[in-house]
Design a protein around this ligand. Structure first.
Ligand code: S3P
Length: 465
């Protein structure tokens, strides 16, 4: 009882800060002991800053000359390791705790410092891949390594194009971390390339774009579907000539012209829609809930999950506040499952785990196609969804890269789910835990700190009735 109360006090304080405060590993280790109260969720909240934009703001700050001011940066472990890496590569960072502002003085494109020690990227695929790209077009030599999950993720998808651009790599066997990158400008120049990537991935595309900043000429990338495009939008703001065009077959072609310098600009980071999705689904499946999230990034692609949930009958209102911010109101709803198309999958890449939880609670059969890329995320999310839900008593079938979920009124639960160092898997099953008949024990909740350290405290801060 006393322990439970201590947790309550701690959780309400939003203590898990890496950038603006010190991280408390003791509290994070106790994440597995937290149980969320059942009952309706009601109230207004904000979610923390968007992870993709936060990491890009730091990297672009490093590549600019002059001061970049970042407001609303996500204070999470992935962003923290990207920040530490950006410092190791030469940026001077000043953190103004009181105003939650961060300023960076960068070193300019292709003028990075070669750090004496290898750089640790933790769990962050975005941080690692984007920085490998930036180093590939530079005059620096850098070794990157990561945790067990990141060390198992494929890097061939960026190594192959970056080699064509003139970078060299020292690998320890497979094309996975640890990797030493020798920038193209250590001995020569960055070559502009024309590259067709077999998978639509913002990380692959961005790695090539960052390397292409120093190329003499135009680098052209073709992706099979449009992936999230913040690198393009943010670099454009800094004066980079970058265009993109989608054809009738959904192929997205991006062209970027090499540049001598980036105009420094400031970034204000809105709330992360992917984090908001966990709270929204929790509200949709918990009787009597009504939650308003007031600061979500307004971006069609990232709002796709909410549009899909609306199609499923979810009572969700999306109110535009400004060109890049919206608020979302979500209420408990009777969900009906639907069939998704393969070309929906790129926009839902981070949301399939939580969408699957909504589907498990919906009526009828949910069909989700083209989920092959989920096998290469922080964990094998394809297996995490299908096997995890089955363990909880949900009827799930898989066919190649497709998953079918038969929703049920009552879900047994009564199982142990390992996050396998995957924040989105951990959060998804914690949300499912709110409605199961017998508790699910989620092991490895500490992974949540990579994207949404305040996940538990945000849910606890909503009024339970
Ligand atoms: C991200 C891209 C996505 C996503 C990840 C963040 C990014 O991966 O899963 O969480 O910031 O570039 P893809 O490389 O599959 O697009």
């Amino acid at each position: 009882m006393i322990i439970k109360n201590i947790f309550k006090i701690i959780l309400f304080q939003q203590l898990f800060m890496f950038i603006f405060k010190k991280k408390s590993s003791k509290l994070i280790n106790n994440f597995d002991k937290i149980t969320l109260d059942k009952g309706s969720l009601r109230g207004n909240i904000r979610v923390s800053g968007d992870k993709s934009i936060s990491q890009r703001a730091l990297i672009i700050g490093l590549a600019s000359i002059g001061e970049t001011v970042i407001e609303g940066i996500l204070d999470s472990e992935d962003v923290f390791y990207t920040l530490k890496a950006v410092e190791a590569l030469g940026a001077k960072i000043n953190i103004k705790k009181s105003q939650k502002l961060l300023t960076i003085n960068g070193v300019g494109i292709g003028n990075l410092v070669s750090p004496k020690k290898p750089i640790y990227m933790g769990n962050s695929g975005t941080g690692a891949r984007l920085l490998i790209g930036l180093v590939a077009g530079s005059n620096a030599t850098v070794t990157f390594y990561g945790d067990d999950s990141l060390s198992n993720r494929p890097m061939d998808r960026i190594i192959d194009p970056l080699k064509k651009m003139g970078a060299s790599f020292i690998l320890s066997g497979e094309k996975k971390l640890p990797i030493t990158v020798i920038g193209a400008r250590v001995k020569g120049i960055t070559m502009p390339i024309k590259y067709k990537t077999p998978v639509a991935s913002a990380q692959i595309k961005s790695a090539i774009i960052f390397a292409g900043l120093t190329a003499r000429g135009i680098t052209c990338i073709e992706e099979p579907y449009k992936s999230r495009n913040y690198t393009e939008k943010m670099l454009k703001k800094c004066g980079v000539v970058i265009t993109s065009k989608i054809n009738k077959k959904f192929i997205n072609t991006i062209k970027i012209k090499g540049k001598d310098y980036l105009k420094n600009c400031n970034f204000l980071i809105p709330g992360d829609p992917s984090s908001a999705a966990f709270i929204v689904v929790a509200a949709l499946i918990m009787k009597g809930s009504k939650v308003k999230i007031t600061n979500i990034l307004n971006d069609n692609m990232r709002l796709k999950v909410f549009k899909i949930l609306q199609k499923m009958g979810g009572k969700i209102k999306i109110n535009k506040i400004s060109s890049d911010k919206c608020e979302i109101i979500a209420e408990y709803s009777y969900l009906k499952n639907i069939h998704l198309k393969k070309n929906d999958s790129t926009s839902l890449i981070d949301e399939f785990p939580i969408l699957s939880i909504a589907a498990a609670c919906g009526k009828g059969k949910m069909v989700m196609r083209g989920l092959g890329e989920l096998r290469f995320k922080e964990s094998d999310r394809f297996a995490a969804i299908s096997q995890g839900l089955k363990k909880c008593g949900v009827d799930v079938k898989t066919y190649g890269d497709d998953i079918e979920i038969l929703g049920a009124k009552k879900i047994t639960g009564d199982s142990i789910i390992h996050s396998n160092k995957d924040h989105r898997v951990a959060m998804s099953f914690n949300v499912l835990n709110l409605v199961v008949e017998k508790p699910i024990k989620v092991i490895g909740n500490d992974a949540i700190i990579s994207s949404f350290p305040n996940f538990f405290c945000t849910l606890k801060s909503l009024k339970h009735e």
